[in-house]
Design a protein around this ligand. Structure first.
Ligand SMILES: Cc1cc2nc3c(=O)[nH]c(=O)nc-3n(C[C@H](O)[C@H](O)[C@H](O)COP(=O)(O)OP(=O)(O)OC[C@H]3O[C@@H](n4cnc5c(N)ncnc54)[C@H](O)[C@@H]3O)c2cc1C
Ligand SMILES: NC(=O)c1ccc[n+]([C@@H]2O[C@H](COP(=O)([O-])OP(=O)(O)OC[C@H]3O[C@@H](n4cnc5c(N)ncnc54)[C@H](OP(=O)(O)O)[C@@H]3O)[C@@H](O)[C@H]2O)c1
Length: 446
């Protein structure tokens, strides 16, 4: 029987499990599946707990999640086509849920079946080698401290790419008397109450970490961008200046001459695609981009068509794009989709990469990833979902952010699956300090 290894049970690994489950429900004979997860539960970075940091076996916990994190895009844009928010919560919920609500939703789709039996928890894959015939996997069963080996016909890598921080060094860091950390290690904005915080970067982590620190009482927040400023209308107490030049004692000195006393530096300088367990010939090497090269349809490893990567793109679309990728990978594995010859594969990859390299603004990037996801969607039986509405929502959301970065999470959107419109949340995001699922769902507070 064909054997498939899935590495990681974050949203991508769970999409893969779900794809096979759905085929089996339709009476199709599915391969044998073994899923490896280095943490003690599934959910990937959404499985946040006090353990985030390092586990009881001395292994780093890869999650870059933090307390008080709310979805930074409308939930309608990531909704599963086969499991709506209405179905999960039994009623429409607001468009920007906190982490716990999204975690509950992701897990709700997979926990009813028997999928958990397929997962080896606390088991870290330490090596994958292709021997010309099949893949040899070595994994570490951390509970019993045993290294185990097994052989597979197909590998699905779904280990995420936002867990290994990229940490640059700036002059003066060695003698800086305050705290320096990467957003990967940012756990709780309360820690920075009353402090002068420097945030370096100009993408989603920089934006959200800066706003979190402001929301939970930082004395000042200074964002240093490298190439382009985010340029939002920041609330008073937050400013954006050009790039850190150096630290002099506790003073941060920026390229534009701006000087700021600093208690903490938070590097929001992004993450590395890091696959230490894969042999060199199987390893994806890329920066964070919308179309990493060498992946046919963004999924199939060009040099070995029995290796799949899920979710390796920079992401506007997330959960339903991961589903489209997983449904596609499933159908290749189950031989329902035949891959073209290598020159056509090369041509297709080059076409997407060339288009990606010409993108100039967020609207074009949204269009690009929507077109990519739509194309994949058409190749499998992943249920109907209105990607045109999702495209429209993303663009509207971008414009809401430009209008007011403090209020964009108070808006509501309609579902591409059920059509229902998210109610306005009882508390505006800027004053919603309690991010628990219970409080979020309690619309009587309105
Ligand atoms: C701080 C932060 C906030 C985010 N917020 C949002 C948001 O609001 N909305 C949104 O749509 N997206 C958000 N994202 C994007 C996020 O990438 C996706 O939502 C999603 O979690 C990606 O799923 P994944 O399965 O690819 O990776 P992950 O969720 O990272 O899961 C990977 C899994 O692989 C496991 N693993 C890794 N290595 C091994 C190994 N060697 N052996 C066994 N198991 C292994 C890990 O333990 C983990 O469980 C956010 C990302 C970050 C970093
Ligand atoms: N739900 C939420 O609210 C939330 C919060 C945080 C993160 N996230 C998610 O997390 C994921 C990762 O986002 P991210 O912002 O961490 O990574 P990212 O989008 O890859 O951005 C990396 C940033 O690092 C900067 N950078 C790289 N090298 C640098 C250097 N040497 N010095 C200074 N800056 C440098 C880049 O600047 P240049 O542009 O100048 O190269 C860029 O701004 C995204 O999917 C995002 O949606 C979500």
């Amino acid at each position: 029987m064909t054997k498939v290894a899935i590495i990681g049970t974050g949203p991508c690994g769970l999409s893969m499990l779900r794809a096979f489950e759905q085929a089996e429900k339709k009476g199709e004979k599915i391969p044998e599946i073994v899923c490896f997860e280095k943490q003690d539960d599934w959910g990937g970075l959404w499985n946040y707990s006090w353990r985030t940091g390092s586990d009881q076996y001395g292994d780093p916990v890869p999650n870059s999640m933090y307390r008080y994190l709310w979805s930074n895009g409308p939930k309608e844009c990531l909704e599963f086509a086969d499991y709506s928010f209405d179905e999960h919560f039994g009623k429409p919920i607001p468009s920007f849920p906190p982490r716990e609500a999204l975690y509950d939703y992701i897990i709700g789709r997979v926990k009813k079946g028997k999928l958990k039996n397929k997962v080896k928890f606390n088991t870290s894959v330490s090596s994958v080698v292709y021997n010309g015939n099949n893949f040899e996997i070595t994994c570490h069963d951390k509970k019993n401290d045993k290294f185990l080996k097994d052989v597979f016909d197909y590998i699905v890598v779904s280990t995420g790419h936002f867990s290994v921080p990229f940490i640059p060094e700036y002059p003066g860091m060695k003698s800086f008397p305050g705290r320096i950390l990467h957003s990967h290690d940012f756990r709780d904005a309360e820690e920075f109450r009353g402090k002068n915080v420097i945030v370096l970067g100009s993408s989603y982590s920089a934006e959200d970490v800066a706003l979190q620190c402001h929301k939970y009482g930082a004395k000042s927040v200074t964002i240093g961008y490298r190439h382009n400023p985010m340029g939002f209308k920041w609330p008073s107490g937050v400013k954006e200046v050009h790039y850190l030049d150096r630290l002099d004692g506790n003073k941060a000195i920026f390229k534009d001459g701006h000087k700021q006393d600093a208690d903490a530096i938070i590097l929001c300088s992004g993450y590395l695609h890091h696959f230490p367990f894969l042999s060199e010939d199987l390893k994806l090497k890329t920066r964070n981009r919308l179309y990493p090269p060498k992946l046919y349809k963004g999924v199939v490893w060009q040099n070995n068509h029995r290796l799949f990567y899920l979710g390796m793109q920079d992401q506007f679309h997330t959960f339903n794009m991961f589903d489209c990728q997983a449904w596609y990978a499933r159908d290749v594995i189950m031989d329902k989709i035949k891959l073209p010859n290598s020159s056509e594969i090369e041509k297709d990859i080059n076409k997407w990469v060339a288009m990606e390299e010409k993108l100039e603004n967020p609207d074009q990037m949204i269009d690009f990833q929507t077109e990519y996801t739509k194309e994949l969607h058409e190749l499998s039986d992943y249920p109907k979902i209105d990607f045109e509405l999702i495209r429209k929502h993303f663009k509207e959301w971008e414009h809401h952010k430009v209008e007011d970065i403090m209020t964009y999470r108070n808006k509501s959107f309609s579902s591409p699956v059920t059509g229902s419109v998210g109610p306005i949340h009882h508390t505006p995001w800027a004053t919603a300090m309690d991010d628990s699922l219970k409080t979020f769902l309690d619309q009587s507070k309105k």
